[in-house]
Design a protein around this ligand. Structure first.
Ligand SMILES: NC(=O)c1ccc[n+]([C@@H]2O[C@H](COP(=O)([O-])OP(=O)(O)OC[C@H]3O[C@@H](n4cnc5c(N)ncnc54)[C@H](OP(=O)(O)O)[C@@H]3O)[C@@H](O)[C@H]2O)c1
Length: 259
């Protein structure tokens, strides 16, 4: 599938929740959407056909970030890129392991949460910057953007959420550092780590299903839903994708859609 005259968007975690809503909205003619999750979403294939959009879905477990990055590298490298309109990576996939203190969570789950939530975005960003950096070296001048989906919990500590909070805090800080590196490069990429608000997805269900004995903030999440304060995945996707289109995208590398 050629990228000629296409806006390339690579999106992780597109099979459910806000990622699926973003994928639906991104399927328009002129875009080439590459989705990466463990599961593919058959409804996206139908939508792409109806709308004449280009879609590629990879079934890929991001708890093996090296393999995911190698695969992305191998896919981007041979592309004919002179006429690509733009290139964007959205690191959206995330996961919450067992809720509670870290010594009560199996080591494999802790490691998996850090791999999916931090190591995979970092390695995919590196692969994306490396490949598109080669395009730039060959004279390509389209915009390059990386949008990392963070969380308010990357900026505020919460008991029983250490691995998730740590992954999001790491995501924010690697975004800040990489933005500094890219600012020193000719035609560098622009990066933002964006908190998307509180969204009515499986992740919120998982939080509400936490063990009250292990999770002192449980009731807060129950109340958010009860009071109708959750944003729908569709509305959250609209706000996040609008952030990508801002003229000042990247000027503030760490941001919140509610700002
Ligand atoms: N929901 C909220 O209130 C909220 C608040 C702040 C920030 N966020 C952030 O927003 C983003 C989207 O959240 P969401 O609520 O839409 O989450 P969600 O409904 O739980 O969906 C998570 C997505 O990540 C993918 N994913 C999880 N583990 C994966 C793995 N090992 N390999 C590949 N993909 C994996 C899932 O796909 P598969 O299962 O098919 O692999 C799914 O598409 C996340 O980064 C989350 O941390 C959410």
């Amino acid at each position: 599938m050629s990228l000629a005259h296409q806006h390339l968007v690579i999106l992780t975690g597109a099979s459910r929740g806000m990622g699926l809503a973003m994928a639906r909205q991104l399927l328009t003619p002129g875009r080439h959407l590459l989705c990466i999750s463990r599961h593919v979403a058959p409804e996206l294939e139908d939508l792409a056909r109806q709308r004449g959009a280009t879609l590629l879905q990879w079934s890929q477990d991001l708890s093996d970030p090296s393999e995911a990055a190698r695969r992305l590298d191998a896919w981007l490298d041979p592309q004919e890129t002179r006429t690509v309109a733009s290139a964007t990576l959205i690191n959206n996939a995330g996961m919450i392991p067992r809720i509670g203190p870290i010594d009560e969570c199996p080591a494999g789950e802790l490691a998996g949460a850090l791999r999916v939530g931090l190591e995979a975005p970092l390695l995919l960003t590196a692969a994306f910057l490396r490949a598109t950096g080669h395009w730039v070296a060959a004279g390509w001048r389209g915009p390059r953007k990386v949008l990392n989906i963070s969380s308010g919990l990357g900026r505020r500590a919460m008991a029983a959420q250490a691995p998730y909070c740590a992954a999001k805090a790491g995501l924010d800080h690697f975004t800040r550092c990489t933005a500094l590196d890219e600012a020193r490069r000719e035609h560098g990429a622009r990066l933002v780590s964006l908190a998307p608000g509180v969204i009515d997805t499986d992740m919120q269900e998982q939080l509400r299903a936490g063990d009250p004995a292990a999770f002192p903030d449980l009731q807060r999440f129950v109340e958010l839903q009860r009071q109708g304060q959750l944003t729908s995945p569709q509305d959250a996707a609209v706000r996040v994708l609008a952030w990508l289109e801002r003229a000042d995208f990247g000027e503030q590398p760490v941001a919140d859609v509610r700002d």
